[in-house]
Design a binder for this molecule. Structure first.
Ligand SMILES: [Cu+2]
Length: 138
């Protein structure tokens, strides 16, 4: 009897751990990165960190007509899908502003190669803007 209860407990814990893992996995493509967005050539983004597998956080500067975009909700996603790429390999996260127009986003390019990146900028006053960023990770 004891053995069965232990087994039941271990099974229950496994189910809970699995459920937590599943929930965490599902929240990885941050909601903010799924926003319906439009392209707008007046916005641009510049990466201040190198496209390499080393950094675990990337710093980016967001500008509109050359002026810093401050107080925005910024999110970045990148996928290795596409031509000969590895479909299903993706990263995304929400950025935090560290100085006016400069945002840190905790993402790591897990491997070298071509990543199809998108930075989404929501200022709240207009439709969110998406900025395509082709990324060649060294
Ligand atoms: Cu890959």
């Amino acid at each position: 009897m004891r053995g069965i209860w232990r087994l039941a407990l271990v099974s229950a814990l496994a189910v809970v751990a699995f459920a937590i893992a599943l929930v965490n996995f599902k929240t990885v493509p941050a909601r903010e990165c799924q926003m319906d967005a439009v392209e707008d050539a007046s916005f641009s983004v510049e990466f201040l960190t190198p496209f390499s597998v080393d950094p675990t956080t990337h710093t980016l500067r967001v500008t509109r007509n050359g002026a810093p975009v401050t107080g925005a909700q910024v999110c970045m996603r990148a996928d290795m899908g596409g031509m000969g790429g590895m479909s299903g390999m993706g990263i995304s996260n929400v950025a935090t502003e560290t100085e006016p127009g400069v945002y840190d986003v905790p993402v790591r390019f897990e491997m070298g190669g071509y990543w199809d990146g998108t930075v989404i900028v929501a200022t709240g006053t207009r439709k969110p803007v998406e900025i395509p960023v082709p990324i060649e990770v060294k």
